[in-house]
Design a protein around this ligand. Structure first.
Ligand code: AMP
Length: 309
């Protein structure tokens, strides 16, 4: 029997503008990217989310074809799917959110189907902290690991509820700007220390094209991002990372710090595929051979011999 991953997060339509082009309506959402990324591993993956009647059947099929269990996805009759619009600046490291329309997410009460209530790992993707809490409350057994991804929107508007989720998770994955916003600390080491005190034993701080840091007790692991020739659209990089990280840990069933280091490399590789094309395209299309090549590139990038006297 395969290990089980439960993903909670948004399914969305996005409008994206980058220096290389623009799209008005493209499949997006945290749960979409996370599950597409995680489905690359040997595991059973289910989603809990909500969409409107406008959500196209071709997009449901895309996820189903990859073996993703959609029985926890509610389709609201007459409702409109969550919509997000963002614009990337020239360095592609910074983006401005132009619009967030919660739509069907506004009144969403998640209902986890019985057969998805005992996952090995739960990945709480970007979504309202109240929904994340409700989902956690419906689990029948305590998962091996609870992983949380969130963003500035929820920090600004839903801080008390977000605090209650953070208290309950083992791993939090956020970017450097968000870590600073959450703690008021500029130093990422101090920020991670503050976040440890809020609850999570493991803190991942993503730094875009500069890689990611994993903090646990007094240990720190530092992973690079792969220097890429083409970065087309960074949307979903964080979620693809989360899917790779939680997917690898679910497949292996090993949640040690050492295995988390490998999980971070898998997550970074997934993110590197996503950013090379618009939306989810490359995450769906890349070949297993290119994954092996990319992992090799990560290894070569970080291995060196040094003599210390
Ligand atoms: P990322 O680039 O990894 O941060 O994720 C981008 C995806 O997150 C997009 O596809 C959006 O639909 C989704 N998204 C944007 N804002 C939010 C939000 N406030 N809550 C949940 N998902 C969001």
């Amino acid at each position: 029997m395969k290990n089980k991953l439960l993903v909670v997060g948004t399914m969305a339509y996005d409008a994206i503008e980058t220096p290389f082009g623009q799209v008005d309506k493209i499949l997006g959402g945290a749960a979409t990217y996370i599950s597409l990324s995680a489905s690359r591993f040997s595991l059973d993956c289910g989603i809990v989310s909500v969409v409107g009647e406008d959500f196209e059947s071709q997009h449901l099929s895309l996820l189903k074809e990859r073996g993703i269990d959609l029985s926890g996805v509610e389709i609201v009759a007459g409702g409109k799917t969550f919509f997000w619009s963002g614009k990337y600046h020239n360095d592609l490291n910074t983006r401005t959110t132009l619009d967030t329309q919660l739509n069907v997410l506004q009144d969403f009460n998640p209902k986890i189907p019985e057969h998805l209530k005992s996952p090995d790992i739960i990945m709480l993707g970007n979504l309202s902290p109240d929904v994340q809490l409700q989902a956690l409350g419906q689990l029948k057994t305590k998962p091996k690991l609870v992983v949380l991804d969130t963003m500035n929107f929820w920090m600004e508007h839903f801080r008390p509820a977000l605090g209650r989720v953070i208290e309950k998770v083992d791993v939090i994955s956020i970017n450097d700007e968000e870590a600073r916003q959450l703690t008021g600390e500029y130093s990422l080491v101090k920020a991670a220390d503050q976040i440890h005190k809020m609850g999570p034993k493991y803190v991942i701080i993503k730094k875009g094209e500069h890689g990611a840091l994993l903090f646990h007790d007094n240990e720190i692991f530092c992973a690079p991002a792969l220097p890429l020739e083409e970065v087309f659209d960074p949307t979903g990089a964080g979620d693809s990372f989360a899917g790779g990280f939680s997917g690898y840990l679910t497949q292996t069933g090993d949640i040690s710090f050492d295995n988390m280091k490998s999980a971070i490399i898998y997550g970074s590789a997934m993110a590197s595929f996503t950013v090379e094309k618009f939306g989810t395209k490359n995450l769906v299309d890349f070949s297993p051979t290119s994954m092996a090549e990319r992992l090799k590139a990560f290894k070569e990038l970080t291995t060196f011999e040094i003599e210390i006297e």
